[in-house]
Ligand binder design. Structure first.
Ligand code: FAD
Ligand code: DLZ
Ligand code: SF4
Length: 524
């Protein structure tokens, strides 16, 4: 390796920090810097990630290393099958310190608790000065989020989001007023899918030699992990990610808003951007994407409800869950306010269920390492909530199966948003719904063994009795909630037999579930 100066700065770049605009390399000189990138067993195995997720991260890392080298940087890249691989970030940084004798290790803080804990010990463990920099790819710093959260008992995205709108100036006029007069146009974004709804296909990127090599490695080392590698469509470079973004802004953003909550069997992407993997890896800058969306609106190419909705997902939800994660860790990992204890049903891994909605969402998850938001929330998540699945099992599943899953974004969405395990700090009420919601927002029910219109007994959509079972067992907590408490007057108006039929139907269904054997998700 061509050596830079004696005692250079060692800059470790983690797998989700793949941008040349990273705080640890901005302003450094090429002849005084060694960049360290590491494929390590600890990261590849702390859960049994979907095969596409490992392939995506390794391929994007290898492409980024190549891009850096082409631009004249010195990159020490450790592959997984390097025979001296130390297995962990800490071990590899120690090895690199011995090899390069740096005067300073400069690293951007890790996105996840597990890794940040390890990083915080580097100063004591490693024989070098350590500098840990803030990850300024996020718009809101943790200090800012903590200050905003202050002593509030409940944190609500909507108010945080307005702060982020004001801070970025996105869709805000010179007087600080929201474009169009409203901060949020969600009420225009709940269109059910019309017959035959389909979206233009997004660009897919055929594996090049680097990606193919990584796919072979993953099949060889992680062949028994969940998921399919038969297709690998993900952008693995900034250029490819930009092509994917171009296609979204040209062809799909217009309908993004209206059909954001729609689900159509076999239409896996609909009008979603499919950019989360690239944003989370660092290939795309979230703020730049929001500016592009704003420009599409200003140029009359996309309606306000679509553009505002897209911007809200990024500077609202994405920033908010990240702030929430650090605000609530480490106890968020163990939160279980509803005392849910049931094991994850095996069909989350096999996809073998007669419930057509779940079967389709698990199929797309297995084939694409992706499902869109409403599938994750209102089908897969809603079922886990209503059935009372243990949050830790659900968390592991979501962390494994999605190519965009990192704990900082997965955990708040799972523990707090779908499972209400935080007792309502993030969401004002549980996102609980019966089969009626899925029937309205999708075409799944038309091909299902069950009927959404049948409430109890054989052939009834399981979401129907499960909904009331959930409401009944959590009455004490939820009855006081002004956003959901009124539902109990409907329950109370039913006669005893009807209520009992709901509870019996739900119990029969729950008893029929087979818990997944251990070992699908975790390494041990
Ligand atoms: P789009 O629908 O096009 O949305 C645009 C962007 O907004 C996304 O790319 C993403 O960056 C951001 N975004 C939207 N919703 C959220 C949200 N709730 N939280 C954070 N960012 C959001 N997203 C992840 O990136 N990683 C995860 O591990 C993850 N786990 C989730 C688990 C559950 C239970 C739920 C309900 C949501 C989860 N999400 C997660 C959020 C969301 O489902 C995905 O970001 C989205 O489906 C990615 O597809 P897309 O890029 O087409 O998104
Ligand atoms: C998810 C993941 C995987 C599977 N493998 C690696 C790896 O070998 N090397 C690496 O730098 N990053 C990997 N990642 C992403 C990391 O888990 C992620 O960058 C940190 O955990 C951020 O907290
Ligand atoms: Fe899902 Fe129920 Fe509809 Fe079947 S009937 S697809 S289980 S919501």
């Amino acid at each position: 390796m061509p050596g830079p100066s004696d005692n250079p700065v060692l800059v470790p770049i983690l797998g989700d920090q793949l941008t040349r605009d990273l705080a640890s390399i901005r302003g450094r000189t090429k002849d005084d810097t060694v960049i360290l990138m590491m494929e390590v067993w600890d990261e590849a195995t702390y859960v049994r990630h979907h095969k596409q997720k490992i392939a995506l991260i390794f391929s994007a890392m290898r492409h980024f290393a190549e891009e850096l080298r082409d631009a004249g940087w010195t990159v020490d890249y450790i592959t997984l099958d390097d025979e001296d691989n130390a297995g962990s970030f800490t071990g590899e940084v120690a090895r690199a310190i011995e090899q390069h004798s740096p005067r300073l290790v400069s690293v951007v803080e890790a996105g996840e608790w597990r890794v940040r804990e390890a990083m915080d010990q580097w100063a004591d463990k490693l024989a070098c000065e350590i500098e840990i920099l803030r990850d300024d790819r996020f718009i809101c710093s943790q200090a800012e989020f903590d200050e905003w959260a202050g002593d509030r008992k409940e944190l609500r995205m909507e108010f945080f989001y307005r702060e982020m709108r004001r801070k970025t100036g996105l869709l805000v006029d010179n007087d600080g007023k929201p474009e169009g007069g409203e901060w949020n146009y969600d009420s225009e974004n709940r269109k059910p899918p019309k017959e035959g709804l389909s979206a233009p296909e997004r660009p897919k990127f055929d594996p090049d030699d680097i990606t193919q090599e990584v796919i072979d490695l993953v099949e060889d080392r992680f062949g028994d992990h969940f998921g399919s590698l038969e297709t690998f469509p993900w952008p693995v470079t900034r250029a490819e990610a930009e092509e994917a973004a171009d296609a979204f802004f040209a062809e799909r953003i217009e309908c993004f808003g209206p059909y954001q909550d729609a689900m159509v069997a076999g239409e896996d992407d609909l009008f979603h951007s499919m950019l989360s993997t690239s944003i989370n890896l660092g290939l795309l800058d979230p703020l730049e994407l929001c500016r592009r969306a704003e420009k599409a609106y200003q140029d009359g190419k996309a309606p306000l409800n679509s553009v505002e909705g897209f911007i809200r997902q990024i500077i609202g939800w994405r920033e908010y869950v990240r702030g929430f994660y650090w605000h609530q860790m480490p106890h968020l990992q163990k939160a279980n306010a509803l005392n849910a204890q049931r094991g994850l049903p095996d069909f989350y891994w096999t996809g073998e269920t007669d419930m057509a909605c779940l079967a389709d969402c698990i199929r797309t998850t297995r084939d694409n390492a992706h499902a869109h938001h409403i599938q994750r929330l209102m089908v897969l998540g809603n079922f886990a909530l209503l059935a009372g699945i243990d949050p830790r099992e659900v968390q592991d599943w979501y962390l494994v199966v999605y190519a965009d899953a990192y704990e900082w974004v997965e955990l708040p969405n799972v523990a707090a948003m779908i499972l209400y395990a935080d007792g309502g700090k993030l969401a004002s009420k549980p996102y609980a719904a019966s089969g009626n919601y899925i029937n309205k927002m999708s075409n799944y029910c038309a091909d299902c063994t069950y009927s959404p219109n049948k409430k109890t007994g054989e052939g009834a959509c399981p979401f129907n009795p499960l909904y009331w079972h959930f409401m009944d067992r959590h009455r004490e907590r939820l009855e006081k909630n002004p956003r959901i408490g009124r539902i109990y007057s409907t329950w109370d108006r039913m006669d005893d037999d009807r209520r009992q039929a709901y509870l019996d139907s739900a119990d029969t269904f729950l008893d029929s579930l087979t818990p997944a054997p251990s070992g699908w998700a975790s390494a041990d």
